[in-house]
Design a protein around this ligand. Structure first.
Ligand code: PLP
Length: 490
């Protein structure tokens, strides 16, 4: 019982009238309530673990609430304190409290890489690999050829080399860690040259200037917000320079009169001065969207193209467009990767075995582009054909209409989905939305009530109507949407 509750109870006791004392006495005992609860809950067979300790705590909280209701006069008769009468509310209260805090939701927002909703879903082969890696011992750091200690990083190095064309690779906890580790290793105590147009904040307070400062480096800004020229970089180079850093501006765009030297020009300049060119790609892609006619996503260079442009180090996220687990992937020249690998900070940022398992399985899919597009959910969602999305929307709307009769007004309209994850901020992907309106509930109310469902439905409001975007919906989730809408109607 919390301190707050104790205090309330003490106050409650001070001002009890005789009737209230009688009501308190009529309240069923903890033991009795607990026993009844356990019987009822075992019949329900909860889909999550609820220990006796937690159950007792929740019942305690519920009974405290009842005591307060007695004190404020909300409960005045013994009849409403019988176990029979209390049970339904109590079970509802306990169920709500006991549900796991971190749980599944249905993403109907159409934002594919939704950072708040867990970014990318893993391919089935990747989830299987995670299950295996977490359920059994593995050769995580064990060399099966020599029978001696091995390195956890070797498991994905070869695949990353093959897929990116880079000499070497290293993987850490996330891309923020990758950038930090790279700069800390290669630039500590010296200057890092960055264009003024790329001193971005990514979100979650990851700011390029601060990361550079934190790594004990000196930021050397060049150019103007909209334009940086090759000669700006050239003039900034001094004996103090450690590297040139290029950062993908991810979540914002400078449009109009803009200019940046090409990566290859910068690489040549860097190499002339024996400096590394580091490129933080953010949402790096190993998939060339132009090959599937998705020109809208094809303007961004792939990881392979950045490596081809002769960047020395390239960093990108595992769970953005790549569609794998949270990870920071570093590919590039072995002479730099070798130094980065040895940095003691690497140990603090290291990748765990479940992530490695998921990453290897995801990367393996990329060795067959067709398979990658079909089986990596992020790629499948990003490349879904507008015709298919229209059909999905019509099917979903049809099903909801027939199951819900005329309780809601449901129809389909053209709309757009987002890539998300800070990638391609100004690019909309065409989709068909299912609009759900009601005479009884406002769009805001529907949105709120759907978040309270057992499996919460996260949608968005557009033109004053609650909307579902089929792009990010799995067909198996339609039943959750129907259930949640039925729940609203009570
Ligand atoms: C997203 C992003 C990061 C951070 O990556 P995480 O994997 O979220 O840590 C860093 N740099 C850029 C340019 C990004 O877009």
């Amino acid at each position: 019982m919390s301190k707050e509750n104790n205090k309330n109870n003490n106050q409650a006791k001070e001002i009890q009238t005789t009737e209230q004392k009688n009501l308190f006495r009529a309240l069923p005992s903890m033991d009795l309530v607990l026993e009844r609860c356990e019987v009822n809950l075992s019949e329900l067979s909860l889909p999550f673990l609820l220990t006796r300790t937690l159950l007792k705590e929740y019942i305690g909280l519920f009974l405290d609430q009842i005591r307060r209701d007695i004190v404020i006069g909300k409960i005045q008769d013994k009849a409403s304190l019988s176990l029979e009468v209390l049970m339904p509310n109590l079970l509802g209260f306990v169920y709500k409290k006991a549900k796991p805090h971190f749980r599944r939701v249905v993403n109907a927002t159409g934002v594919v890489i939704h950072t708040n909703l867990g970014r990318s879903l893993l391919a089935e082969s990747a989830t299987k690999a995670v299950l295996e890696a977490s359920s059994y011992y593995s050769n995580l750091e064990f060399d099966l050829n020599s029978g001696e200690r091995g390195s956890r990083y070797n498991h994905v190095t070869e695949l990353l080399q093959k897929l990116s064309g880079a000499e070497s690779a290293l993987v850490v906890n996330n891309n923020a860690a990758a950038v930090l580790l790279v700069i800390d290793t290669l630039c500590k105590g010296r200057e890092v040259i960055v264009s003024r147009g790329e001193l971005v904040e990514i979100g979650g307070s990851f700011r390029i200037p601060e990361v550079i400062e934190r790594s004990g480096c000196i930021l050397k800004e060049v150019g103007a917000t909209n334009c940086s020229h090759l000669y700006d970089f050239e003039r900034a180079i001094s004996p103090e320079t450690a590297a040139i850093l290029k950062v993908h501006t991810s979540n914002f765009r400078i449009i109009g009169f803009t200019e940046q030297p090409s990566l290859n020009e910068l690489a040549k300049l860097a190499h002339k001065h024996d400096l590394p060119l580091i490129k933080d790609l953010g949402s790096g892609s190993l998939f060339d969207f132009s090959e599937v006619g998705l020109q809208i996503l094809a303007d961004e260079p792939t990881v392979q193209q950045v490596v081809d442009a002769d960047a020395d180090i390239v960093t990108f996220s595992g769970d953005k467009v790549l569609g794998g687990p949270q990870a920071g992937i570093i590919v590039g020249k072995e002479k730099y990767i070798a130094q980065i690998r040895k940095n003691p900070l690497n140990r603090a940022l290291r990748i765990d075995k479940m992530t490695l398992a998921a990453l290897e399985a995801t990367l393996r899919l990329y060795t067959d582009k067709k398979l990658a597009r079909e089986q990596i959910p992020t790629l499948a969602m990003l490349t879904a054909e507008p015709e298919l999305l229209k059909e999905k929307a019509y099917n979903l709307a049809q099903m909801l209409r027939s199951e819900l009769n005329s309780s809601f007004n449901i129809n389909c309209v053209g709309g757009s989905s987002r890539v998300g994850g800070g990638a391609f901020p100004e690019k909309d992907l065409p989709t068909t939305l299912v609009r759900i309106e009601s005479d009884k509930f406002s769009a805001d109310k529907i949105k709120k009530l759907l978040l309270e469902a057992d499996t919460p439905i996260v949608g968005r409001i557009e033109k004053e109507a609650f909307c579902l975007d089929p792009r990010t919906l799995l067909e198996s989730e339609y039943a959750f949407i129907l259930g949640a809408l039925k729940g609203i109607l009570g």
